[in-house]
Design a protein. Structure first.
Length: 482
C-alpha cells in the first residue's frame, strides 16, 4: 500500500530537519556572513550562496540526533599573487582572529569548517570569481594547490527542475528518504551529491503530470526502480557527471568494490520497496515498509493493532452470526464461545512483526509444519500434543517443533528461526508484543512459556546454511492462552 499519510508523518517527525534547527542554522550563517563581511576580507567578498543539501532542500536530520552539515560559498574577487591554498588558509586565519570562532574552526582541502558542539557544522568554501575569464567560478583545493571549476547555481537549478517535474515536491522528499535509508542501514557508501545526482538523472520533463511521480511513495518506487535498473546495467563503475560541468565526476571518490556493494544493496532494497508498495494488507504493508526504513515508520500503530483483536473478533461475530458480543469480552472469551471463526483473515498480520531478512529461494520452497506439545514446565512432564487454537492454561510451557512434510526434523544443513508474535492487552501491558526473529532452543525446536492471556502466533523459518537462503516458511501456529 502507498500509505501516503504515514509517509508524510514519517518525513515530518523523523526525516526532515526540524524548523527549530533550520532557524538556528540560518542565525549561525547570518553571524558568519556578518563577521567575514566585517573582516579583512570585506574588500574582496562579492556575495554568499548556500550550496549542497541545504540549498537543494534535501537536508535531513542526523539519524543519531547528532551534528548535521550545511555548506556555504563565499564568492570573492581574485587576489593578485595568491595561490589556491592561500584563499583557504587566509579564510581560516580570519576566523582564528575572532574570540567567538577561534576554537570552533578547522581547515580542510576546500573549506573551513565551523563546528557548533553537538549541533551542527557549517562548511565555508571560498569561490573565486573571474580569475581566468569573466564569470568563471573556481573553488580552491588547498591540498593540491589548484583551482577547480564549479557551477553551484546551475546545479541547484537542475535539481529544482527535477522537483518541478514530480508532484508534491516528491523528488526532494524521495531524496531525503533515500539519504535516510543510507544512514540508518549503513550498508553502502555514497556521498550525498553522488546520490542526489544519480536520483536526479532518473527524472525527466516527460514525468511532469504523470501518476508515476504524483505522490511520495509512488515516486519513491518509480525513481528507486529506475535507479536500480541503471545500476544493474553498469557493473563497472561509470562516471557520474555534473550536468553543468562535464569535467566533474561525482563518482570519482568511489572505488569499484564500493560501487559493486552499493549496486547489490540498492537491488535488494528495490525488491523490498516493491513488496511494501504492492502489499494489500495495511498492517503487513507497514511491516514491509519498516524493513526498508526502520521501526520509526508508522511508529504509533503497534499498540492499536495489537489491542484491537478483540474488537475485530466482535465485528466478525456480528457479521457472521448476527450476534452481539458481550461487552468487554476479549478474544479468548469470544474464542471459547464462538470458536475459530473469531480469527479474521487479517489476524496474522501485525505491523510490529519483522519481515524476513534472508534472500528467498525461487519457487515454492520446502513445506514446513509446526507441531506443538504442552508441558508442565520446560522439558518436564509432557501433558499432551496441542492443536492450533486449542485453549491452554497459563503458567505451563509449550514445545514448538518445525518438521518436514513427512514429520521428520530438518537436517543440520538447515537452520530454523522462529518469529513469535504476541497480541492483546496483557502482552501489551508487559511490553511483550515481540514479533522479531529468534533462534531455536535446540535444532528445529523452541520452548516458550505460556504467560499472557490471548492468541499468539508462532512461525518457523527454514534457512539453508551454506548460502543463508530462506527455503521454507510454516503457516502461523496459533497459541491460545486462557
Amino acid at each position: 500500500m502507498k500509505l501516503v499519510g504515514y509517509f508524510n508523518d514519517f518525513l515530518n517527525d523523523e526525516v526532515n530537519l526540524n524548523q527549530t534547527r533550520i532557524d538556528d542554522l540560518e542565525k549561525g550563517i547570518d553571524a558568519i556572513e556578518d563577521y567575514i563581511d566585517g573582516s579583512e576580507w570585506s574588500d574582496i567578498v562579492i556575495g554568499w550562496l548556500p550550496q549542497g543539501s541545504w540549498a537543494h532542500k534535501t537536508i535531513i536530520r542526523p539519524v543519531d540526533r547528532g551534528e548535521f552539515d550545511a555548506d556555504l560559498l563565499v564568492y570573492v574577487d581574485p587576489m593578485e599573487g595568491w595561490e589556491a591554498k592561500d584563499y583557504v588558509n587566509d579564510l581560516y586565519a580570519q576566523f582564528r582572529e575572532s574570540g567567538t570562532y577561534r576554537d570552533m574552526v578547522k581547515r580542510w582541502s576546500h573549506c573551513v569548517t565551523v563546528t557548533y558542539a553537538n549541533d551542527k557544522k557549517i562548511d565555508v568554501t571560498p569561490c573565486v570569481v573571474g580569475r581566468t575569464a569573466s564569470g568563471v567560478l573556481e573553488v580552491c583545493n588547498r591540498d593540491t594547490n589548484t583551482f577547480e571549476r564549479s557551477e553551484p547555481e546551475k546545479y541547484t537549478e537542475w535539481l529544482i527542475d527535477r522537483n518541478k517535474w514530480s508532484g508534491s515536491n516528491a523528488f526532494r522528499k524521495v531524496t531525503r528518504l533515500v539519504k535516510y535509508l543510507r544512514d540508518i542501514k549503513t550498508r553502502f557508501t555514497c556521498s550525498s551529491v553522488l546520490l542526489t545526482t544519480m536520483l536526479g538523472d532518473r527524472v525527466t520533463s516527460q514525468d511532469k503530470g504523470q501518476d508515476s511521480v504524483a505522490d511520495v511513495p509512488t515516486a519513491l518506487r518509480t525513481i528507486f526502480g529506475r535507479w536500480d535498473d541503471w545500476l544493474q546495467l553498469n557493473e563497472v563503475k561509470p562516471a557520474v557527471r555534473n550536468p553543468h560541468l562535464w569535467s566533474e565526476d561525482f563518482a570519482a571518490g568511489l572505488d569499484q568494490d564500493q560501487w559493486t556493494n552499493m549496486r547489490d544493496k540498492i537491488h535488494r532494497y528495490r525488491q523490498w520497496i516493491d513488496e511494501a508498495y504492492v502489499e494489500p494488507n495495511k498492517n503487513e504493508s507497514i511491516s514491509k515498509w519498516r524493513r526498508v526504513f526502520g521501526d520509526k515508520f508508522a511508529k504509533d500503530v503497534d499498540i492499536e493493532a495489537a489491542t484491537s483483536v478483540s474488537k475485530s473478533a466482535a465485528t466478525i461475530i456480528a457479521e457472521t452470526a448476527g450476534a452481539v458480543a458481550d461487552a468487554g469480552a476479549d478474544l479468548i472469551a469470544l474464542l471459547k464461545r464462538y470458536g475459530s471463526r473469531v480469527i479474521s483473515a487479517d489476524f496474522p498480520h501485525f505491523p510490529y512483526m519483522r519481515q524476513p531478512k534472508w534472500r528467498r529461494s525461487p519457487g515454492q520452497g520446502l513445506p514446513v509444519t509446526v507441531r506443538a506439545a504442552l508441558y508442565q514446565s520446560q522439558g518436564y512432564n509432557k501433558i499432551k500434543d496441542v492443536q492450533p487454537l486449542e485453549l491452554l492454561p497459563g503458567g505451563c510451557a509449550i514445545e514448538l517443533r518445525a518438521v518436514t512434510a513427512t514429520g521428520l526434523p530438518f537436517s543440520t544443513d538447515f537452520e530454523v528461526q522462529w518469529r513469535i508474535t504476541n497480541t492483546d492487552e496483557e502482552a501489551r501491558r508487559h511490553n511483550q508484543l515481540r514479533g522479531d526473529f529468534e533462534e531455536s532452543s535446540t535444532h528445529g525446536q523452541r520452548w516458550e512459556s505460556l504467560e499472557y492471556r490471548g492468541v499468539h502466533i508462532a512461525e518457523a523459518f527454514v534457512i539453508r546454511r551454506h548460502d543463508r537462503t530462506l527455503v521454507g516458511v510454516s503457516k502461523p501456529f496459533y497459541v491460545a492462552i486462557e
